[in-house]
Design a protein around this ligand. Structure first.
Ligand code: SF4
Length: 260
């Protein structure tokens, strides 16, 4: 069975979401070659450019309300704990509308995989600031520039208890594919933030190319220190890789009714 659909793709020409789509397709193909079944994978998306993955990937799923990717994923997983549930959401949907769900999913350690396409902007609604936009970023709702400091979702995920925390660079298709494969294989809540320049509303491709460096997995204390080295500004080096992973009982482990 093909891993992609024949839907016409409506992302802007050259959008880095094409790279993420390629990484995801390659990761899923490899996992299927290793023995996973295509029908075991279920995706949840919400609204936004990232949400269009729903039309392009040939796996089952639900296109949910904006910011509600994670509760929909949890519902699917409770309904059938055998499924491998993958979420695709943007930084707006996850770090703004969906922030409470994000923190609690890290805390619960649900056995599922969240992929955040982080372009530091609400792209589909034409360029408004999100919780990770840079200070000084100007758009129609912030004509004088964003004044508030961005949050740091990697630190937040680590502090909240996520058991697999990673950041990928969408421009590195192979590296992103490997992180996605590891994240899907992980037992517990895996959070992968993929830096994904929006070439129309926030094009930081050159910064991402120039400033990224690779990290290796480390202990939690060091991972938090490493994550704090970059707070989504232009000047500063950007750590890329798996910050942290651990084995811990999952949400599903704690409920006998889910052990089917
Ligand atoms: Fe990609 Fe930005 Fe266009 Fe959305 S608006 S498709 S993120 S380039």
């Amino acid at each position: 069975m093909e891993i992609t659909t024949k839907e016409e793709i409506s992302w802007c020409p050259g959008c880095t979401n094409f790279f993420i789509k390629k990484s995801v397709e390659d990761a899923l193909k490899n996992l299927i070659a290793e023995g996973y079944k295509q029908e075991e994978f279920v995706m949840v998306t919400d609204i936004g450019c990232a949400g269009k993955m729903y039309d392009y990937l040939n796996i089952s799923g639900i296109n949910a309300l904006h910011g509600r990717t994670l509760p929909t994923m949890i519902g699917i997983k409770i309904g059938n704990p055998h499924l491998k549930v993958i979420g695709f959401a943007g930084d707006g949907g996850t770090y703004d509308e969906g922030m409470d769900h994000f923190i609690h999913s890290c805390r619960y350690n649900n056995d599922m995989n969240l992929i955040v396409h982080n372009n530091q902007v609400f792209a589909l609604t034409v360029g408004q600031a999100t919780a990770v936009s840079q200070i000084g970023f100007k758009e129609k709702t912030h004509p004088f520039g964003v004044k508030e400091r961005p949050i740091n979702p990697i630190v937040l995920a680590l502090e909240s208890g996520a058991t697999f925390v990673a950041r990928a660079n969408s421009l590195d298709i192979q590296g992103t594919k490997e992180i996605i494969q590891d994240g899907i294989k992980h037992r517990g809540f895996s959070f992968i933030e993929i830096m994904q320049p929006c070439i129309t509303f926030f094009d930081n491709r050159e910064i991402l190319k120039k400033n990224s460096y690779k990290i290796s997995t480390m202990n939690k204390e060091d991972a938090i220190k490493e994550a704090k080295k970059w707070n989504y500004e232009d000047n500063g080096k950007i750590p890329i890789g798996i910050f942290y992973k651990e084995n811990r009982e999952t949400f599903e482990d704690n409920y006998d009714i889910l052990k089917i």
